[in-house]
Design a protein around this ligand. Structure first.
Ligand code: HQG
Length: 194
């Protein structure tokens, strides 16, 4: 990704997940917005945007952050929302036995006391592999991985959802359903970090 596409991708994340009103946009409850309207509003607010840039970002996004509707006319962020405009009707799914959450060591005390909470977003974000969780955790500091007993939670009645891009979502995770996971690429993340 060039600097320009990376900067525009961040702009799209900001608008489609957090602050659509910043450029006078309203998203529908499933997060969709008409692409022509998005382009028009972005340009009105000084952000260079066109269909070519959008298609390039959608196609090259490492995490498939954005989804274009089947008719090609609308776009949404696959997950990660904090805006109250959106409440995506994700389909409930049975999760695999384990899912992973990457966080930073500095949050562990609080996480162990309160469980995993969504913070400003709508859901706690989980991945099927520990590598992805490591990258997510490193955004916040020294990464540490929590292994979630997802299937046990599901069997206890907790709901899990799968976003368009393969990210798993759930509302909250009580501390009894996760433990520190020692990943082979994370020799520093030890129980002593607790
Ligand atoms: C932590 C990115 C204290 C939580 C990623 C996390 C993901 C607590 C932070 C997606 C806590 C919230 C989401 C508690 C949770 N006490 N801290 N009780 N419970 N936390 O950014 O999961 O690259 O909102 O562990 O890849 O890091 O933007 O969530 O560290 O998919 O596309 O509070 O965003 O995607 O941070 O990341 P975030 P996240 P993009």
């Amino acid at each position: 990704m060039t600097n320009k596409t990376s900067q525009t991708s961040k702009f799209l994340s900001y608008i489609l997940r957090h602050q659509p009103e910043a450029i006078g946009l309203t998203l529908n409850p499933d997060g969709w917005v008409n692409i022509d309207t998005l382009i028009k509003q972005a340009n009105l607010h000084g952000e260079t945007l066109n269909r070519e840039i959008i298609d390039q970002i959608v196609q090259t996004s490492d995490k498939k952050r954005f989804t274009i509707s089947e008719n090609g006319q609308n776009i949404r962020a696959a997950q990660g929302h904090s805006t109250k405009q959106v409440d995506i009707a994700y389909s409930e799914q049975k999760p695999p036995e384990f899912l992973y959450h990457g966080t930073a060591t500095r949050f562990l005390n609080s996480i162990n006391q309160q469980g995993l909470l969504p913070g400003s977003r709508h859901y706690v974000h989980l991945s099927t592999d520990a590598e992805t969780a490591t990258t997510v955790g490193a955004r916040h500091g020294k990464p540490v991985i929590l292994q979630i007993n997802a299937l046990t939670m599901f069997q206890a009645g907790y709901k899990f959802y799968l976003a368009d891009n393969g990210v798993w979502l759930t509302q909250t995770i009580p501390a009894k359903y996760f433990h520190l996971y020692q990943h082979r690429n994370q020799p520093d993340a030890t129980v002593s970090d607790l």
